[in-house]
Ligand binder design. Structure first.
Ligand code: HEM
Length: 504
């Protein structure tokens, strides 16, 4: 008889307690954050759960666009987290000398080598340590050094084209093939090892699958800074680390060590121009690069340079073949250059830079579908910062996402949602400057992508070569690719059919 009354009371008390707790949490979080006036959903004010919601389903680029459409150019997306959609803020946050440091989100992507955390040029959060890593290798990524890498890209393009001739007329999943291509190219450029994805026509050693698994962990764990720190602390013990953190990168480190050893034992190493041999030459001259840094730089090339380039290549080809007008303009430009004798058998980097329409297509594809789909998170430095008319206290996690700013109609025009390469060719010099400054596909400022020249060279040579030799169409006219964002905004199922051009 008594129990229903008691349970009703219990429920009321429990309800009241929860409500009071929520109010207290809200008041405390508002008081502490200094972000009270910034618009955003109430859940984001008191809990990190809202950040999980943004990434959970793998559609973070769309979720971030949605919150900005609803709340405006500055939105509170977590208790101490602010997302910004105003491109004018890019130089203020990411610019040289601004001292906004990377957040622990990046630590989820650092490797563990010889029992210790190993931060790469990409994951390093400390600016001095970053500088020490970057200075000895920066020249290797320069535009002038690209000519040393072209030959490796050409070899892989040859293998790709032979395979496509073999598969002529069949439905081919370009999403897979382009990833295999990009992986083999970066392996060849880095240490002349083709992993053989294209020759074996499979995910060798499950390496791509392992990166994908690792990124799912990055996607979720990276949302909570304290959790990242906790995991990091616990990972000091090997036993715990094995249970907590998927060791997806062990294979990459083994391969890298093996390639360095093989290089050192080889007698014919002087003729090589790959990344490893250039790094070794530097070491011999200056002794600056330790064996650990060597493994660090080489393995990072593989991780930072494969998925990113594959995603951009998929986007470029997808947007070309889905639009007959754009498709024929791309092909006409290549054929015209060919007729005029402006293209070598293997198109060179220099030659592809003169294919102006193609260059606009590449840029537009990376604008509409940037390879990194997550916000680039930074901490506001000591003293705080004025952003979008608000004062953000030191320690606020602030970020801008490429998929959000790239859709800004004030910058890219009222048709910003559309894929229209001409916008890059028609813009006035001032407008073009603005469009370039708002382009975040390679990041910006002090931590901008150092591998940009490699990918521009690789994509710029590959795409015209493929369209020069093949007619490419979607295997099924109305088929759509699938996309999933876990840091990278990765596509799958891009099924195409190729036919070799008869005049080539
Ligand atoms: C289309 C291809 C690529 C895209 C879209 C891309 C994108 C990016 C972005 C957005 C960042 C900045 C991340 C941030 O600020 O949080 C970055 C940094 C970086 N990328 Fe790339 N990347 C590409 C290719 C490459 C390649 C080929 C390499 C190396 C072989 C590379 C190596 C790096 C490194 C080392 C950093 C960190 C630089 C630093 O902090 O000093 N990337 N990349």
């Amino acid at each position: 008889m008594l129990s229903p009354i008691l349970s009703t009371l219990d429920a009321r008390v429990l309800g009241l307690l929860s409500a009071s707790l929520l109010v207290l949490l809200y008041a405390y979080s508002e008081h502490r954050s200094g972000l009270r006036k910034i618009p955003g959903p109430w859940l984001a004010r008191i809990s990190i759960l809202f950040r999980f919601r943004l990434v959970w389903k793998g559609d973070a680029p769309l979720q971030y666009r949605r919150v900005h459409q609803q709340y405006g150019p500055i939105v509170r997306v977590g208790p101490k987290h602010v997302s910004i959609a105003d491109p004018a803020m890019i130089p203020l946050i990411y610019g040289l000398g601004k001292n906004f440091t990377k957040t622990p989100f990046y630590t989820t992507m650092s490797l563990n080598y010889q029992g210790r955390r190993m931060d790469s040029m990409f994951t390093e959060r400390d600016s001095q340590a970053h500088k020490a890593l970057k200075s000895p290798v920066a020249q290797l990524f320069s535009m002038t050094n690209m000519r040393n890498f072209e030959v490796y890209a050409d070899e892989c393009t040859g293998i790709f084209m032979d395979a496509m001739r073999d598969l002529e007329g069949q439905a081919v999943d370009f999403a897979e093939w382009l990833q295999w291509y990009a992986f083999d190219v970066i392996g060849s450029i880095t240490f002349q090892r083709r992993f053989g994805f294209m020759e074996k026509r499979e995910d060798v050693d499950g390496m791509i699958g392992k990166i994908n698994d690792g990124l799912e962990y990055v996607k979720l764990l990276g949302q909570v800074e304290s959790l990242v720190r906790g995991f990091e602390f616990a990972s000091r013990w090997k036993w715990l680390r094995r249970r907590l953190v998927p060791d997806t990168m062990e294979r990459f480190l083994q391969i890298t060590e093996h390639e360095v050893r093989k290089y050192d034992d080889s007698e014919r190493r002087t003729a090589r121009t790959d990344f490893l041999s250039q790094l070794r030459a530097k070491k011999e001259q200056s002794g600056k690069i330790s064996p650990r840094d060597m493994v660090n730089h080489l393995s990072n090339n593989l991780l930072a340079g494969s998925d990113t380039t594959a995603i951009a290549l998929r986007a470029i080809i997808y947007f070309i073949i889905r639009d007959a007008r754009i498709h024929s303009k791309v092909v006409e430009e290549i054929q015209e250059a060919d007729r005029l004798g402006k293209l070598s058998k293997a198109i060179t980097f220099e030659e592809c830079l003169n294919l102006t329409y193609l260059q606009a297509v590449i840029k537009e594809a990376m604008r509409v579908h940037p390879s990194v789909g997550f916000p680039l998170e930074r901490y506001v430095p000591t003293g705080g910062a004025e952003l979008c008319g608000y004062h953000l206290p030191a320690g606020t996690n602030v970020s801008i996402s490429a998929p959000v700013v790239h859709m800004d109609r004030n910058i890219y025009g009222s048709d910003a949602d559309d894929f229209r390469p001409e916008r890059w060719l028609e813009a006035s010099p001032e407008q073009l400057k603005l469009m370039d400054r708002s382009f975040l596909a390679f990041g910006h400022g002090s931590r901008t992508c150092i591998g940009k020249n490699i990918s521009i060279m690789e994509m710029g040579k590959f795409v015209p070569q493929i369209f020069r030799h093949f007619e490419i169409e979607l295997a099924e006219e109305d088929s759509e690719w699938h996309v999933h964002a876990a840091w990278f905004w990765k596509q799958s199922d891009l099924r195409v059919r190729l036919r070799a051009r008869s005049n080539m």
